[in-house]
Design a protein. Structure first.
Length: 151
């Protein structure tokens, strides 16, 4: 009975369906200074919410953000995801140091083009967000970003 009550309480505290998730993602095709393709992953949070960095000091706390890239014959990752500097604080809820991002963060995923043809980059972002009172379960947002052909 207790697990059911906990689940119902968590669902009642979660944002209303009509209001959407407190973190919204958008994805864009970009180029770096050498002209190589880059997927830009933009995150915007509602005020008071944050989501966690790509790496955390320990594994027994919140879930870090993970960016997945689908395999393709047209592209491959050209290095690690470039992450802006996260906020680092001692979190009393998790009793550990955490690193997180708030509103207006852009991650960049560098790619190596394996084909001159146009292609779509597919993948997903898995993340967990919290405010000072609660955390939502980890969520995955898929992306599909088109890149044009090159000569």
């Amino acid at each position: 009975m207790r697990p059911l009550l906990s689940l119902l309480l968590a669902l009642s505290l979660a944002p209303a369906r009509g209001q959407g998730h407190p973190v919204r993602w958008s994805f864009m095709a970009e180029q770096d200074t050498s002209g190589a393709p880059v997927v830009a992953l933009h995150a915007n949070c509602d005020e008071g919410w944050h989501y966690y960095a790509l790496t955390l000091p320990r594994e027994d706390g919140p879930f870090p953000t993970v960016i997945h890239l689908a395999p393709s014959a047209a592209y491959q990752a050209a290095g690690p995801v470039v992450e802006p500097l996260p906020v680092e604080v001692e979190d009393p809820n998790f009793m550990m140091m955490v690193r997180y991002h708030g509103d207006g963060t852009v991650f960049r995923l560098p790619l190596k083009r394996l084909s001159n043809e146009a292609f779509n980059v597919e993948g997903g972002v898995e993340f967990m967000c919290c405010n000072d009172q609660m955390c939502l379960p980890p969520t995955t947002v898929k992306f599909n970003v088109p890149f044009p052909a090159v000569k």
